[in-house]
Ligand binder design. Structure first.
Ligand code: PAF
Length: 276
């Protein structure tokens, strides 16, 4: 695997590389990321990963400074996963001057769920992803369903700007007890880690209830929030939405659904979702 810290070095190496498949990350890689790399391999000739902790997508009181940076271990994992090129710029390379142009997804896409809980987050994500797309110039890019709303924001951006990039949706990797793998799981204490799978179990229960014919979505959501709160969580939302646009389902025509949850357990904010 070749490691590039500059745009010039990456671009030179990718000339004539064939069909490029790109997997952007912020590092601290776990089996979920590696699953996305494996998925990427099936879609092209050359797999490019990036590691960049993007300041623009963190709020002022979020965990940018303490976000885990594990570059040496990450490189070994990417190498073992057969990644061809790693782009790992520093902040000066990515933002040599303050970024004054931004991609600002419309409120209908981001004024809810994660966008409501983390104002400005998707503006930072969309801006860095467009910049990374321009640097890597992939034909395909892989994003995990774990960040379901992020995936929708990226798909909408690609469609609205007519970017010639196919977006592949990677499945969420889970621990044996169901907890969705996340770099932030490392912040959990032993007691919190034991409690954390409750979110997944609740989402599963909601999915089972909807499959069994329950249509009172508000009741299911409220019961989940109550249970999380009773077990020491601070929920932001548990919400049943349409998969296509993450808007609340219409009673007469619910369509394909997804249930999404976000809650703080101690100091750690966990998100998860399940397609229904
Ligand atoms: O999902 C992530 O790790 C980040 O939001 C991304 C897509 C790499 C942009 O910084």
């Amino acid at each position: 695997m070749q490691i590039h810290h500059t745009i010039a070095s990456l671009r030179a190496a990718l000339a004539g590389a064939g069909r490029i498949v790109f997997v952007p990350t912020m590092g601290n890689l776990h089996a979920g990321h590696i699953g996305l790399m494996t998925e990427a391999r099936a879609h092209g000739d050359c797999v490019v990963a990036s590691i960049f902790v993007n300041r623009l997508q963190f709020g002022p009181h979020e965990d940018f400074d303490k976000y885990p940076r594990t570059f040496v271990e990450d490189c070994a994992k990417l190498e073992a996963a057969g990644v061809d090129h790693l782009f790992a710029p520093d902040e000066v390379e990515m933002y040599p001057t303050p970024q004054t142009y931004h991609i600002d997804p419309a409120g209908a896409h981001v004024g809810m769920l994660e966008g409501a809980a983390r104002p400005g987050h998707f503006r930072g994500v969309a801006t860095v992803v467009l910049k990374l797309f321009n640097i890597v110039r992939p034909q395909v890019a892989v994003f995990g369903k774990k960040d379901y709303q992020q995936l929708m924001v990226i798909q909408n951006m690609v469609r609205e700007f007519a970017l010639p990039i196919d977006i592949v949706r990677g499945e969420t990797a889970r621990a044996e007890d169901g907890l969705a793998l996340s770099s932030r799981n490392g912040y959990l204490s032993a007691a919190e880690r034991a409690e954390a799978p409750r979110m997944y179990r609740l989402l599963e229960r909601i999915r089972a209830a909807v499959h069994a014919g329950e249509r009172d979505y508000a009741k299911l959501e409220a019961a989940a929030v109550t249970e999380l709160t009773a077990h020491g969580w601070q929920p932001d939302y548990v919400s049943i939405r349409r998969r296509c646009d993450l808007q609340p389902p219409l009673a007469e025509e619910p369509g394909a659904l997804v249930v999404l949850g976000a809650a703080r357990l101690g100091h750690t904010r966990l998100i998860d979702n399940l397609e229904i």
